[in-house]
Design a binder for this molecule. Structure first.
Ligand code: PGA
Length: 258
C-alpha cells in the first residue's frame, strides 16, 4: 500500500469573511495552531484579504493562496489579478479550475491551461480542481470527465513542473451540499488520477503528486477520508471558515503521523 509522506489541509474561503472577520480568524488560529512538518496548511481568502493575512501569518507555517488569477502578466483586463501582483504581496500559490469558476464564470480547459502555464512560469504552487457533475456521474462518465480535465491541461508539462502542482478531486455534487463522496469513491478516483499521471510520467512522479479530496469535508468525516491510501489531504470550503473547526481538521491530519 502507498504510504503517505505528508497531508495537506487547505481552506478555500470562497466569497466569505471580510477583513475584520479574517483578522479574528487569524488571531484565534494563531492561538491554537501548532505546525507539524508533515502537515501542510493553506488558506485561500478573497483577494482583499490576501495582503493582510500574509502579514498576520508571516511567522507561521501557514501558506496563503489566491482563489484565482489571470493568465496574462498585465494589461487591459478589468477586474483581474496577475501572478506578479500576487507574488508582490507574498502570495506564491493559487487555486485554479474550481468548479464554481468553471460553472459561474465560464472558465474552460483552454483558458485554465494558460493559467496553469502562467502559474508554472511564475513559480507558483497550483492546487488544480477537477471533478464531475452529478449528471456525469450518473451517466457513468466521471472517469472520462476527470481524464479530459487533466490530460488537456497538464500533459504538456515537463516532469519537473509537477513539483508545483497538487490536484484536488472535488465531485461537483459533493460541494457545499453536505453530501460527501464515500472514502471509497474518493480513493477510487484518486487512484485513477494517479494511474493516468503514471501512464504519462511514470509511477515515481505519480506517487509524489499530492491529490486532495474536496466536497463537504468536516471533522466528522475527515479521518476516514485521510486514511485512504491515495488521499493526500483535503480542500475544505465551509468547514474552513471557523478557526477551531479548521484546526480540528489539521489535528486529525497530524494524528496520522504521531
Ligand atoms: P465545501 O467546499 O467543503 O464547502 O463542500 C469545498 C470546495 O468547494 O473547495
Amino acid at each position: 500500500m502507498r504510504s503517505k509522506k505528508k497531508l495537506c489541509v487547505a481552506g478555500n474561503w470562497k466569497m466569505n469573511l471580510n477583513l475584520s472577520q479574517a483578522e479574528d480568524f487569524a488571531a484565534r488560529f494563531e492561538q491554537i495552531y501548532r505546525a507539524h512538518p508533515q502537515v501542510e496548511v493553506k488558506i485561500a481568502p478573497s483577494f482583499t484579504n490576501l495582503y493582510r493575512l500574509v502579514q498576520l501569518f508571516e511567522d507561521t507555517e501557514v501558506d496563503i493562496l489566491a482563489q484565482n488569477m489571470h493568465w496574462a502578466e498585465k494589461g487591459a483586463y478589468t477586474g483581474e489579478v496577475s501572478a506578479g501582483m500576487l507574488r508582490s504581496v507574498g502570495v506564491y500559490g493559487v487555486i485554479l479550475g474550481h468548479s464554481e469558476r468553471r460553472a459561474y464564470f465560464c472558465e474552460t480547459d483552454k483558458e485554465l491551461r494558460r493559467k496553469v502555464q502562467t502559474g508554472i512560469e511564475n513559480d507558483m504552487e497550483i492546487i488544480y480542481c477537477v471533478g464531475e457533475t452529478l449528471q456525469q456521474r450518473e451517466a457513468g462518465r466521471h472517469f472520462d470527465t476527470v481524464r479530459r480535465q487533466i490530460t488537456e491541461v497538464f500533459f504538456d508539462l515537463d516532469p519537473e513542473d509537477w513539483r508545483q502542482v497538487k490536484i484536488a478531486y472535488e465531485p461537483v455534487w459533493a460541494i457545499g451540499t453536505g453530501k460527501t463522496a464515500t472514502p471509497g469513491q474518493a480513493d477510487e478516483m484518486h487512484a485513477y488520477i494517479r494511474e493516468l499521471i503514471a501512464g504519462k510520467y511514470g509511477p515515481a512522479l505519480a506517487g509524489e503528486v499530492m491529490i486532495l479530496y474536496g466536497g463537504s469535508v468536516k471533522p466528522a468525516n475527515a479521518r476516514d477520508i485521510f486514511a485512504r491510501p491515495n488521499v493526500d489531504g483535503a480542500l475544505v470550503g465551509g468547514a474552513s471558515l471557523n478557526a477551531d473547526t479548521f484546526n480540528d481538521l489539521v489535528e486529525i491530519a497530524k494524528g496520522f503521523f504521531e
